[in-house]
Design a binder for this molecule. Sequence first.
Ligand code: NAD
Length: 495
Amino acid sequence: MWKEPLQFVNGRFADGTGTGEVIVIDPSTGAELAKGPAADAADVDAAVAAAGAAFRGWSRATPGERSGLMLAWARELERIRDDLAAVESRQAGKPIRLTMNFDVPGVIDNVSFFAGAARNLEGKAAGEYSPEHTSTIRREPIGVIGSIAPWNYPLQMAAWKILPAVAAGNTIVLKPAELTPLTSLMFAEAATRAGIPDGVINVVTGSGRGAGQALVTHPDVSMVSFTGSTPVGQAIAATVPGKRLHLELGGKAPFVVFDDADLEAAAQGAVAAALINTGQDCTAATRAYVQRPLYEKFLDRVATIMSAVTLGPTGDHDTDLGPLISWTQQHRVAAMVDRARDDGARIVCGATIPGDDLDAGSYYAPTLIADARQDSEIVQQEVFGPVLVALPFDSDDDGLALANDTVYGLAASAWTKDIYRAGRAARDIQAGCVWINDHIPIISEMPHGGYKASGYGKDMSTYSLDEYTNIKHVMTDITAEAHKPWHRMVFTNTM
Ligand code: NAD
């Protein structure tokens, strides 16, 4: 299916020179989609050199020039949108409905947004904050960015890493997850076809320990931007002391249902937010805390809706839920659910590996677990599968305390018709995003990023431009005096 090599360096596809291989598998069928040599340190070196060579020209292009090219890129992506949706669906095991209606249009909108944002960098007004000087602010690109992305939303993560970086005038080398590199390569190639200069966007495909480590530790990479799991992010942080770092890490989003909530809205919202992308979403609803009067009714309704979800081939427009990314992930999810059961939790529905015609893929049934212990693994650790855990709570304060009781802080939601409760939940929940009476939607204009062990820094929105720019203060003397008033603090010489 995939005909090109798996590296994209300096505006061209190229084979890696590493000894390892990258093999891309369709997790819904086990079919091989692509195979090629992995990038090693020499390939990373070539990509960083290409990005370094492109930096001078790209960083000195006017915002208007960069913006114009990015708008052409958005048009090119629009032209190939069906191919992008099909390849993303196959490599990541996503239902085609999701890639056509969420991943691809979201990314095209991101490109258009950052094309506009490139022309709107903000800073403090120039002025005489000291009577003897005019101060101005310059926002400058940082240099070559080394970015690492995960497999769960390969195209969206490539976009979230690349767009603010290049909009601000940086050049970039992206290493996508080795399981899902194909749409990142298509994204970069589309940029070249749209006229973005060679070397501005490079993609190297290889393992984390090989190409990934070579990229983040490369001396000519000025900043590392990582999206992935918390342990890997923390390990990378330890290997790049002194480098600028942006970390988007794991999540374990709480879903807090107060006793006045619209039960049907909460149940529908919980199923959609727990199962999107087969639960392999860092903001997915994973822990439903339900105030006791609604608890059993919530469990019943969620189980009913979950059992009506259609698992199926990813290319089928009726499929709601695709497979997990791999058999390794399937076994990991199944083992975590088994351990929760052994630990005394109640399996309300699911907890099975579907057979028959889904045998060839790494599927897992939508699963609802009740009455787990708050300190148990299934409540505290990322499962990254179609698994929702529900626990009851009594007072509002208890519910919010339980919501905050993990190391993570990426996203959360609160469900209530009471505006005051909603306000208190929005204030008290420690997370980068709190939805009220919804859970999952994202938009280009608003930031995404974590608190606590979910990382720091922002993706999307103009806030992300702060990550990818240095702020320079230029202070210009306007007195033209040789002996400036402040010199007298240092020496008395008035000659
Ligand atoms: P992962 O941490 O295993 O891998 C992420 C990337 O890091 C991959 O490209 C991998 O090859 C690379 N990598 C691994 N070891 C490396 C090393 N030593 N040096 C450099 N690179 C290395 O994560 P994953 O399993 O691909 O993705 C799932 C995780 O990503 C989940 O924890 C999820 O919550 C998180 N995630 C977070 C966000 C967010 O915005 N906060 C978004 C999506 C996914």
